[in-house]
Write a protein of this length. Sequence first.
Length: 129
Amino acid sequence: MGVRVGHVAVGRSSEAGADSFFVDLLGLAKSRVRDLPAELSDAFFERRDPCRMIDYEGAGGVRFEVFVPQGALPAAAGYGHACLVVADRDELLARAAAMAEVLRADRGGREIVFLRDADGNLFEIQQES
């Protein structure tokens, strides 16, 4: 049995913020927008408010499903993150500085880099080899 990632889901506090990060920074295409009714939001996510669901897609089948609730977005917590492999990490990080927090750490002589967006979502950024 093979397994592949179908999508990565994150929450954002606004559609404009999501567009800025996923389209302007990452270069993904906004492919679908739909609404998640309150009853489904409650059934799966224990949220009693409806929300907008936006898909952003790119090369290699990458797809982010972004939830934009009508109510307050709970703070992201824990170790959850998406790892993005890019052709030019330095170029992406230079552009990211204006819209995301860039986190860097050394691990045995190898630099590990994460981006934290305005809503607290974490994205590990790896250089394509």
